[in-house]
Design a protein around this ligand. Sequence first.
Ligand SMILES: Nc1ncnc2c1ncn2[C@@H]1O[C@H](COP(=O)(O)OP(=O)(O)OP(=O)(O)O)[C@@H](O)[C@H]1O
Ligand SMILES: [Mg+2]
Length: 322
Amino acid sequence: MELPATDSGGWTFRAETVTKTYDNGATLANDALTIEVAPGEVYGLLGPNGAGKTTFVKQVIGLLKPTSGSIRLGPYDLVADPDVARQLCSYLPQAQMPIDGFKSREAIDIAGQIRGGPAAAVRSRRDELIDALQIGEWRDTLGARLSGGVRRLVGFVMVSVWPGKVVILDEPTNDVDPLRRRLMWEQIRRLGEEGTAVFLVTHNVLEAEKSVDRLAIISEGRLIAEGTPSSLKASDRGKLRLQLMLAPGRPTPELPGLVRDHRRVGNNLVMMIDEADAGAGIAWSQQVVGSGAAEEYALGAATLEDVYIRLTGHTSEQPDGS
Ligand SMILES: Nc1ncnc2c1ncn2[C@@H]1O[C@H](COP(=O)(O)OP(=O)(O)OP(=O)(O)O)[C@@H](O)[C@H]1O
Ligand SMILES: [Mg+2]
C-alpha cells in the first residue's frame, strides 16, 4: 500500500476514551483511556501488574479491537484499519520475539526490510545499533541460543532498525543488565530525537523518570495521573525521602511522629518526611544506626517512584518486609 509522505512535523498519535473489556464485559481492562503522543516524544505508560498496559498497546497495533473509543495516527484510523496500524507502528512485545531459527543479524535485517528499509541502509544501521548496545559477540548466534536479555536487545534492534512512525516498546529493559539497559535508554531517546513517537511500557519507574518526556500512570485500567516527571513530583515538593537500610532480619523500628508515610521492601525502609523535619529525621536515623538496628541511612529528594507508589496505593509494608 502507498502511504502519503509525512509532513516534516510528523503525525500525532491520539487514543480517545479507549475502553476494552474481556470475558463479555466481566473484566474491564481499559477504562476510557485518552492518551496523546507527539512525534519525537518519548511517552511512558506505567502501572502495576494487571493495570491494562499491554491490553492498551495491543489495541494500538491492531492485535485487539477496542470495545469502544478511537485510536488515530495522523490521518489514519488505526481501529478501522489494523493493517495500517501494523505498517505504521513498530512493536516490541512483552513476550520475546519468535526468532529461534534466525541469527540475530538475519532477524534484524528481515525486520528492517519488512518495514521497507533498503537493504544496505538497514545493514548499516543494524551494525551501528549492535555496536551501540554492545551485543556484537552475538551477531551470528541463533535466536534459540540467546540469553533472555540479549534476545530482548536483539528484539529492540529489530523494531528500531527501520522504525515506523510510532515505536511501541512493552517492557523493553526486562532481563537486560544495568549497563546495557543504560545503553538501550540512550537509543530510545535517540529514536525520539529522530522524530519517532515512542510509546513505552515499563515497571522501572526510576529509569523512566530519567528518560521519558511525559508519562501516564494507570491503575485498574484507568489513567490516574499524567504529565512530565517533574510536574508529577510537584505535589511532593517540600517532602523528603528518608531511607534506612535495616540490619538483616531486624523488625521495623518504632517510627517517630515526623514520618508521614513509609514502606518496606526487604531490609529497605523508605519514609517520607517534611523538609522542615530533616534535622530531626537525621538525628533519629543516626540513633537507629548507632543501636545496630540499621546499617546506614540516606536522605534525599522525593522521586517519581515515591509518587507512583502513593498513587497506585502501594504504601504499606510489603509481605516480605518483616
Ligand atoms: N486475553 C485476556 N483474556 C481475559 N482477560 C485478560 C486477557 N489479557 C489480559 N486480561 C486481563 O486484563 C487486565 C489487564 O491485563 P494486561 O495484560 O493489559 O496488564 P498489564 O498492565 O500489561 O500487566 P503486566 O504489568 O503484568 O504486564 C488484567 O486483569 C488481565 O488479567
Ligand atoms: Mg503487560
